[in-house]
Design a protein around this ligand. Structure first.
Ligand code: FAD
Length: 463
């Protein structure tokens, strides 16, 4: 009987994995992961993501080994790697869970066509999202642009129960084609090694994800509606990187909430809904990271870059003003922003409330294009997500679908008083706060707020 290949991508788990299930049902399975930095249009991973991916692959390899299934690692453009590996193995089946980015879908469609012609049994599955973006449409058949009706429609569906981990004994034991050593991919930082703080906070891999999910459901969920806004507590789930890398499936998280839902559990479920909504937007707008969803923002008079860039390209950050470095490095003189940026640099994660505050400060008080902030988060977050990151940046900037109106400008000082009332969060991340060593405020909040509103007015007046 011919072996089957299961091609892992953003689904680094053995539980609730329909592609893995299909492969083991079909014959002796071999797992494949391709580090594709060559296919056109794929966004290269940021530094923190590369760190996570390395450890996640180690964990996946162990989980697969426990089932007797070998994991082949190959670097290169996916189309040729998958073809070569399939041919070298003499595989009869090829299975994967679907991806939703445009460039990824082009790659996958090409491979599917080739595999069909080559006589392979090829199939793909829904595993990373609770909804299929092309199936959920408005009454007029279009994409959803507003969250509430979107989530009302999606959450009314019955989501399938998670699939169990396959039984042992379906692994391929014959000769394997050539594969790469994980270390040769150099995913981990060299010198300086900035990953110590990441390792302190995180254990990548499905086992740690399940542990965190169980602990959150037991201890955090009932207080989530309050706790989620408080960066000074462990009030949110910290499940984002596990969902990003598919170590946990959204179906597992959804069903872990149980069927009788408290108000807090409903709010938490709707956060999963925001993840779905971000992917819905990304599916329908593949340039989400490089183009304003609201085209009038192409005319926004940013302080930086001075000329506009609604041209689908990232503005480079090399010549960005000094304020941008101060923002990245957490020395703006606004403790809520600085604590957040230091938390991000140290641990690869920032609390959601602080992400909103830090993003609003960059865009509205410094007048710097949201894309620069989006790129910084992309490089530094362990949960850097091709849909959620740009969608949330556009939400804060006011240029996105169902976005926060531009004129709602977060005041970092008011946010600090409200959400870190005892100053615990600030004290943790900024030990020198309150001493002469802490930087002066780099801008005046009132003046820059007025300038931002003026710029917004200008954008609206130009025709
Ligand atoms: P919880 O509050 O426990 O939420 C549970 C899960 O719901 C999260 O793990 C996440 O998967 C999802 N979720 C919650 N809020 C959102 C949201 N606003 N949008 C999409 N999904 C959400 N989230 C990412 O996963 N990746 C990103 O790259 C990312 N970039 C962001 C950039 C900015 C400027 C902002 C304001 C938010 C961003 N978010 C991103 C959303 C949110 O901040 C994180 O998902 C959340 O902080 C993760 O922590 P948690 O797992 O404890 O969240």
């Amino acid at each position: 009987m011919k072996p089957s290949i299961v091609w892992f991508r953003d689904d680094l788990r053995v539980a609730d994995n329909p592609a893995l299930r299909a492969a083991v049902d079909d014959g002796a399975a071999v797992a494949l992961y391709v580090l594709d930095e060559e296919s056109e249009g794929l966004r290269p991973h940021g530094g923190a993501s590369r760190w996570w991916l390395h450890h996640s692959l180690v964990s996946l390899r162990d989980d697969l080994a426990a089932l007797g299934i070998p994991l082949l690692l190959r670097r290169g453009d996916a189309a040729s790697v998958v073809q070569k590996t399939t041919t070298a193995l003499g595989a009869g089946g090829l299975y994967w869970n679907r991806r939703y980015g445009a460039a990824e879908r082009t790659v996958d469609a090409g491979i599917k066509a080739w595999a069909g012609e080559a006589g392979l049994h090829v199939a793909s599955f829904q595993a990373s999202l609770l909804h299929e973006p092309w199936e959920v449409t408005t009454k007029t058949g279009g994409q959803y642009k507003v969250f509430t009706p979107f989530w009302r429609t999606v959450s009314a569906q019955d989501f399938r129960e998670p699939l169990a981990v396959p039984e042992k004994g379906h692994g391929f034991t014959g000769k394997l084609p050539a594969y790469d050593e994980l270390d040769s991919w150099n995913l981990l930082p060299g010198k300086p090694d900035w990953s110590g703080g990441l390792a302190e906070m995180w254990t990548p891999g499905a086992a740690a994800g399940h542990k965190r999910l169980a602990a959150f459901v037991a201890d955090g969920l009932s207080n989530y509606s309050e706790g989620r806004n408080r960066p000074d507590t462990d009030g949110s789930s910290c499940l984002s990187p596990y969902l990003r890398w598919g170590e946990l499936s959204p179906f597992e998280v959804w069903h872990a909430l149980g069927s009788k839902r408290s108000e807090s559990a409903g709010i938490f479920a709707s956060e999963l809904g925001w993840r779905e909504f971000c992917w819905h937007q990304y599916f329908h707008n593949p340039n989400l990271a490089t183009a304003n969803l609201r085209p009038e923002f192409d005319r926004f008079p940013w302080a930086w870059p001075g000329s506009n860039n609604g041209n689908g390209k990232h503005p480079g950050h090399e010549s960005a003003p000094e304020e941008f470095r101060a923002w990245q490095q957490g020395r703006t003189g606004f403790p809520m922003v600085d604590a957040g940026q230091r938390q991000l640099w140290h641990s690869g994660w920032m609390h959601n409330r602080v992400r909103m505050v830090a993003a609003s400060f960059l865009v509205k008080n410094l007048g710097i294009h949201w894309q620069l902030g989006e790129q910084w988060f992309w490089d530094t977050l362990v949960d850097a997500d091709p849909a959620s990151n740009p969608a949330n940046w556009q939400w804060v900037a006011g240029s996105g679908a169902d976005a926060s109106p531009f004129f709602r400008i977060f005041n970092p000082e008011a946010q600090r008083v409200k959400f870190d009332p005892q100053g615990k969060y600030i004290a943790h991340w900024i030990p020198e706060f309150g001493t002469p060593e802490y930087p002066e405020e780099i801008v005046d909040l009132k003046t820059t707020r007025a300038e931002a509103l003026e710029a917004y007015k200008e954008m609206r007046e130009v025709h």
